[in-house]
Design a protein around this ligand. Structure first.
Ligand SMILES: CC(C)=CCC/C(C)=C/CC/C(C)=C/COP(=O)(O)OP(=O)(O)O
Length: 282
């Protein structure tokens, strides 16, 4: 009897799963009628609030892992959906330089959790043929974490179906400073940074040295957790990005949040194109 109940439950689960995957595919098909963004960046806010809500452990040993496990899986789900939709570039703000100011035990356990997640990522991204990049001042990380990040970058260098950029030890201001420093350095070496260049060319030369030079500018930046700020994230690259803020906590982000963000982006784009057309007609 118990066996029969279990197998019926399993069957019901499979039917529900196939139904939801069918519905998702239909919705994605409708979304594809409009322009699909090439690059979506995520500000993954709300992990601590989620952990508090779920009464997850806050202690040093399990705090980082417990708190950020659900957030990591939410990122993997978003990566999967984006790939299914045809969004090639995905960027995640995983750890800002300002986050180093948090309590030392919190930073330590978060870093330990990152290391664990990098090993998991190594298996998962290869299955999805995802190339992984790291953007940020990796010198600020421990030797072990930095080595693991570099290994992951090398191990996935041949994949090209999607590109996942993980911003770690990152702030936009630091990125600009780094790019300007590198560009000045190259001037000494190559004399490349010609003083006769116009501003646009100078800017392009500096941009080549940005951590984020691996991806085009984001079409959409999605921030969870209810804030409407960029918090020192992709300031230079977000000039024309559509900003989408939602109250949902990052680990609870779902397919509908992604769908609404893309629908809003498509509506704004259509409005913008309409305005441009009217401007030309005048
Ligand atoms: C390998 C990899 C990319 C892992 C990703 C893991 C992950 C979800 C990291 C997010 C880190 C972080 C500081 C988020 C901000 O939420 P918060 O802690 O500030 O939460 P709050 O807004 O509730 O205070």
């Amino acid at each position: 009897m118990e066996k029969e109940v279990m197998s019926s439950l399993k069957m019901a689960g499979n039917i529900l799963c196939s139904a939801s995957s069918f519905i998702r595919k239909c919705i994605f098909g409708v979304l594809r009628v409009g322009p699909i963004p090439n690059h979506i960046a995520f500000i993954m806010d709300g992990n601590r609030r989620y952990a508090k809500k779920q009464k997850l452990s806050h202690d040093g040993a399990a705090g980082g892992g417990g708190r950020y496990d659900a957030g990591f899986w939410a990122l993997m789900v978003m990566l999967f959906y984006c790939q299914e939709l045809g969004v090639k570039y995905i960027t995640a703000y995983a750890f800002s330089i300002d986050n180093f100011k948090r309590k030392p035990e919190e930073v330590e356990s978060l870093m330990a959790s990152m290391l664990e997640k990098f090993h998991l990522l190594d298996i998962l991204v290869k299955r999805l043929a995802v190339r992984v990049h790291f953007a940020g001042n990796l010198e600020l990380l421990s030797n072990e974490l930095r080595a693991s990040a570099m290994e992951l970058t090398e191990a996935t260098a041949a994949y090209s179906k999607s590109v996942l950029t993980i911003c770690i030890a990152y702030t936009s201001r630091d990125e600009v400073l780094h790019a300007v420093r590198e560009s000045c350095e190259q001037k000494r070496i190559d004399l490349e940074f010609d003083t006769d260049d116009d501003d646009e060319i100078k800017l392009m030369k500096v941009e080549k040295n940005m951590y984020m030079a691996v991806a085009p500018d984001p079409d959409i930046i999605i921030r969870t957790g209810g804030e409407n700020r960029l918090s020192n994230f992709l300031l230079r690259q977000s000039c024309w990005s559509h900003l989408h803020s939602t109250w949902v906590l990052w680990p609870e982000i779902g397919v509908w949040n992604l769908v609404f963000a893309i629908l809003n982006f498509q509506r704004n784009k259509a409005y913008y194109l309409e305005m441009k057309k009217k401007e030309k007609e005048l």
